[in-house]
Write a protein that binds this ligand. Sequence first.
Ligand code: GDP
Length: 313
Amino acid sequence: MFNSLSDRLSNTFRNLKRRGTLSESDVNATVRDIRVALLEADVALPVVKQFTGRIRERALGAEVSEALNPAQQVVKIVNEELVGILGGATRRLNLAKNPPTVIMLAGLQGSGKTTLAGKLGYWLKEQGHAPLLVAADLQRPNAVTQLEVVGERAGVPVFAPERGNVFGHDAALETGEGTRSFGDPVDVAVDSVTHARDKGYDIVIIDTAGRLAVDVDLMRQAHDIRVETAAHEVLFVIDAMIGQAAVETAKAFADGVGITGTVLTKLDGDARGGAALSVATVTGEPILFASTGEQVKDFEIFHPDRMAGRILD
Ligand code: GDP
């Protein structure tokens, strides 16, 4: 990811390095180059404007530094501003004082939620937690099975409606754990939290349904799951490859569901980087994790400073 953005910015800075001092027109030309580079990388226009506005203002106002030449100074400013739009400091998971912590995953179908549930579960287990995956995606016929496969691979148990009852609408069945209506994802999510508390799981990871496009009913369902489970984290999962569409989707989930952070997936692909660079600014919430492949270990904590470093490498 970021290959062409990175190349373009290096070219811009290379041109700048030839200058001993920076005139206003040098700064303007540089800012123009950065603007084009960001737009080509599919960064959302309002984010580009905000970003380049700050670079220009800071570059023109920069004090003459003994230690840095003008080009280095601009690179430093761009680096700091990149860290800023990527969310600033690394944000840790918000864990509940009284377990279980409820982490809900929301996003479009195919964004990588189910895969992420396994990765997150595996990662948390490695750190000594006892996570439980929850199949609250009852829209797609094989979603529950898919989560079970993922859970098995990650070595993390899965809480799911009993097979055969998943899509029944009259399905309020007596189980050892009380009456449960199997057709309703909100009920399943709420039950899973009780189950986790009873059985000593300290983190619940709820995989919710997604559709191919933003959908009012689904938003409401995700919103209800968040409210009814009093979720501590609502992680918006977004495929970094979706480019410009990222902004609208992110806004829709931030407004419709209420999110506390973002996870970028498919960073192993050749995405231009626009989603990564837009989503924290657009949602006002940081990026917590990055998914970098299909295997359970292809998962990283998202560090804005390292990502900025990668772009400016
Ligand atoms: P969901 O519909 O949001 O639950 O998405 P899935 O978890 O089913 O993922 C959709 C597809 O993307 C699957 O084929 C996954 O293997 C793949 N996938 C998920 N995360 C990543 C990732 O980080 N990198 C790559 N290359 N593929 C991924």
